[in-house]
Structures are given as structure tokens and as C-alpha cells.
Design a protein around this ligand. Structure first.
Ligand SMILES: Cc1ncc(COP(=O)(O)O)c(C=O)c1O
Length: 424
């Protein structure tokens, strides 16, 4: 083929192959521009975005652009440890206002990534309790740093070859009703863990995603978080709620834990918090957060002012009644369509999720069909992601600002892609 016949995408893909480490997996999509729930590639093709930059665009591409531009003109970086600035403090104030219980004074710490925030929640929990151990669950994803890799529950591709991992991380069964694990089973397993592997008196925290994200969009059953909190209370263990993927309005309320009748000890946020800029947080009651003495927490870029300026807009938006109403509407609309689609497709095993954080689990626990669906979707103009311990879950992380017409188009493309993949 003559060089002139290459598309711009082909050229970038070739350069990426030459210059970018292959360990960073990518799809062939080469993005030129994005707005709301639409993406355009470098060859001018338009896509409906059902991935939201992996859950980072709950408020849509470009949502906080004006606030970002304004902050860029003021200053880009100070390092909060060198000179404090209002956007950081304002994000922490807004996070305090979103705490899912009244009458609790909270403080926050801001970081660059979800993994860094999870690590810091563990640091805080260890200092506050004076205990070393951490308990996590089957299908968990908490990040790719050394400690969070140990906490994450999938060997390939996240852990293979990267050990040894830090100690004092224990794993217990998580509820997964579709595959036969109930809340009772999971709590029994935790009891066994306390008998067999770790003395609960040495456990600093239990870390749980209210809806397991990378693990397959497994929403915790309604009773589980409160029963887990009771176990934590009995043993003096802190309950860390990892809301990096499920939080910031993804399930409707600001925090997914608001669907459940319990309040965690620490909340970890990330992804959509920065509206597309890297920002994550740990929030909790003052007495826990202040267990760490001055200098024990921080980092060069954590709570970058431009990311904080975006987060102020994002937090105001996801707390608004209009956002919540629309998110609830989208949840009903998408669930209805997915259930109709499932009724027509024997390959679909379950439709599940919480609010508009929804997914299809394919009955066959292998990744091939889901891969074909996401690839067919790209060919048809839909950006779609799979997940799950078996790689067989198709998840929807659409910006929650999408309009009805574009949403319906995306759902049509999803159904057609499932048809293509099954025929192929
Ligand atoms: C629940 C959860 N925790 C932590 C992380 C890690 O976040 P990051 O990739 O920003 O380090 C993720 C990322 O997908 C996540 O879904």
C-alpha cells in the first residue's frame, strides 16, 4: 500500500508500536477530540463513548473546561507542601459536605491516582489502629502499585511477574450472587479467614468496592456492607470504601455506599473526581485522618490546582438534584434496554449493576466473545469496554450527561455489535 493510503490512525498506531512500551495495552482508537459523550478520531470518525476514559467522565468530556482554563492562567502548580491554595481546600470542603452521614466532621487528603489514594487510606488506617493487616476481597481491583497490586485480585495481566508483593494482605470471598456466592457465604468465609489466617485484632482495615468495577460490575447485595461494618465494629477494624470507580455520581448519588444502610470509616475517590484530570482523595472523620502527624502524608503533585479547579465544578454538579435525577433516569433506561437485549440473546447470562453503573455478564466465563463485541462496537462507532475476572463482562461507563438520542444510538450499536460478534 502506498504511504498516501495510510490513515492518520495507522501512522499513530505504528509509531505507538515503535515508541510506547507494549505493557500499556491500548485499543486501535486514536483520539483527536471529545465532547460530552462523543469522541472523534484523527481521521474524523465519530464514536459514541460508553467508556468515559475508563470511568473518568461522569460529567462528560469538556465539562470543567472553563474552570480549567481560568486556573491555567493563574498558576499550574505550587505543591501544597510549599504554598497552599484555595482550590485544594475547597475540594476538601466539598468532600466534607458530601460525607454520607450528618454530624460528622471530616477531613480529606488529595492524591494523583486511585492507587495512591488506596495506599494512603491503608497508611491512615494502620496509623489510626496501630495494626498492620489489610483484608480485601475476591474480584477486587485497587490499583497497580506494589501494595495495591497485592490487594488486586487478578493475576493476568495485573500481577504476573511483578512479585514479590507486600505482606499482611489477606483475601476473602466477596458476594457474587450470579456465580453462587451469597452475603452469608462471604461472611462465613471472613469468619474462616479470622480463624485460619489472620487474627482480627491485628487487622487495620477491610477494603471493599461497593460495586466491584474491574472485577465485573458486581454490586454488593443490599445487606452486605452493613453486615460487614458490624464485623468491623466488633473487632475494631476500619471499613475503607473504595469508590474510585463507583463514586462521583456513577451510580446516581455522589457515593455508591449511599445505596446501602451503612457509613464507612474512610472513602477513597478518584477517576471522575478530576473531570478528566488526575485527582484522587481519601476522606474520613477528623480523628482518623489526623492520626497521621504532619509530614506523614503528601506528594509533589497531589491535589494539583488545575485538577482541583475541575473537581470543584464536578463536585458541585454531581451533588445537584438535576444530575441525580438524570442519572436515575439513565439507570432505568439503560437497564430496560439491556434486559430486552438479554432476553433476545442466549449468550447474555446476567444484567446487573447499581443505578446507571450497569453491565452484561456473558454466560460463558471466557473472554473471547466480549473481546469480539468490543471490537465490533469500535468498527460500528461505539467505544465499549469489557471487564471481570473472566473478561466476559461488558460494562457501560457512559458520561451521565448524554442525551437520550445519543444514548439510544449507543445502545443500538451495542446490540448490533453483540449480533456481529456472535455471527463472526
Ligand atoms: C475501584 C478502584 N480502585 C482503585 C483504582 C486505581 O485507580 P488508578 O488507576 O487511578 O490508580 C481503580 C482503577 O480502575 C478502581 O477501579
Amino acid at each position: 500500500m502506498a504511504i498516501s493510503e495510510h490513515t492518520k490512525s495507522d501512522q499513530v498506531v505504528a509509531d505507538r508500536g515503535r515508541y510506547v512500551a507494549r505493557g500499556v495495552a491500548t485499543t486501535p482508537l486514536v483520539v483527536a477530540r471529545a465532547e460530552g459523550a462523543r469522541i472523534w478520531d484523527v481521521d474524523g470518525r465519530e464514536y459514541v463513548d460508553f467508556a468515559g476514559g475508563l470511568g473518568c467522565q461522569n460529567t462528560g468530556h469538556g465539562f470543567a473546561a472553563a474552570a480549567i482554563h481560568e486556573q491555567v492562567d493563574r498558576y499550574l502548580h505550587q505543591c501544597f507542601m510549599v504554598g497552599m491554595y484555595e482550590p485544594y481546600v475547597e475540594v476538601c470542603r466539598l468532600l466534607d459536605e458530601t460525607w454520607p452521614a450528618s454530624g460528622v466532621e471530616t477531613k480529606s487528603l488529595l492524591l494523583n491516582s486511585g492507587a495512591e489514594a488506596v495506599e494512603n487510606a491503608v497508611k491512615i488506617a494502620r496509623t489510626a489502629t496501630g495494626r498492620p493487616a489489610v483484608i480485601v476481597f475476591d474480584h477486587a481491583f485497587h490499583g497497580r502499585t506494589s501494595l495495591t497490586m497485592a490487594m488486586t485480585a487478578k493475576v493476568v495481566p495485573y500481577k504476573q511477574g511483578f512479585g514479590p508483593f507486600p505482606g499482611e494482605v489477606y483475601r476473602s470471598a466477596a458476594p457474587y450472587p450470579y456465580r453462587g456466592v451469597s452475603s452469608d457465604d462471604a461472611l462465613d468465609a471472613l469468619g474462616h479467614l479470622f480463624k485460619q489466617d489472620v487474627d482480627p485484632a491485628t487487622v487495620a482495615c477491610i477494603v471493599l468496592e461497593p460495586v466491584q468495577g474491574e472485577g465485573g460490575f458486581v454490586a454488593m447485595p443490599p445487606d452486605f456492607p452493613a453486615r460487614l461494618k458490624e464485623v468491623c465494629r466488633e473487632h475494631g477494624i476500619l471499613y475503607v470504601d473504595d469508590e474510585v470507580q463507583a463514586g462521583i455520581g456513577r451510580t446516581g448519588p455522589v457515593w455508591a455506599i449511599e445505596h446501602y444502610d451503612t457509613v464507612p470509616d474512610l472513602i477513597v475517590s478518584g477517576k471522575s473526581l478530576g473531570g478528566g484530570l488526575p485527582l484522587a482523595g481519601v476522606t474520613g472523620p477528623t480523628e482518623l485522618m489526623d492520626a497521621v502527624p504532619p509530614g506523614g502524608l503528601g506528594g509533589t503533585f497531589g491535589g494539583n490546582p488545575v485538577a482541583c479547579a475541575a473537581a470543584v465544578e464536578v463536585l458541585r454538579e454531581v451533588r445537584s438534584e438535576a444530575f441525580r435525577t438524570r442519572a436515575d433516569e439513565l439507570g432505568i433506561r439503560v437497564r430496560t434496554r439491556l434486559e430486552q437485549l438479554a432476553a433476545r440473546n442466549a449468550a447474555v447470562g446476567e444484567v446487573r449493576g447499581l443505578g446507571p453503573m450497569l453491565a452484561l455478564e456473558l454466560a460463558d466465563p471466557t473472554p473471547e466473545l466480549a473481546k469480539s463485541v468490543t471490537s465490533a462496537a469500535r468498527d460500528r462507532g461505539l467505544v465499549l469496554l469489557s471487564c471481570g475476572i473472566y473478561g466476559n463482562v461488558i460494562r457501560i461507563l457512559v458520561p451521565l450527561t448524554i442525551d437520550d438520542a445519543l444514548l439510544e444510538r449507543g445502545l443500538d450499536l451495542l446490540e448490533e455489535s453483540l449480533g456481529d460478534a456472535r455471527a463472526g
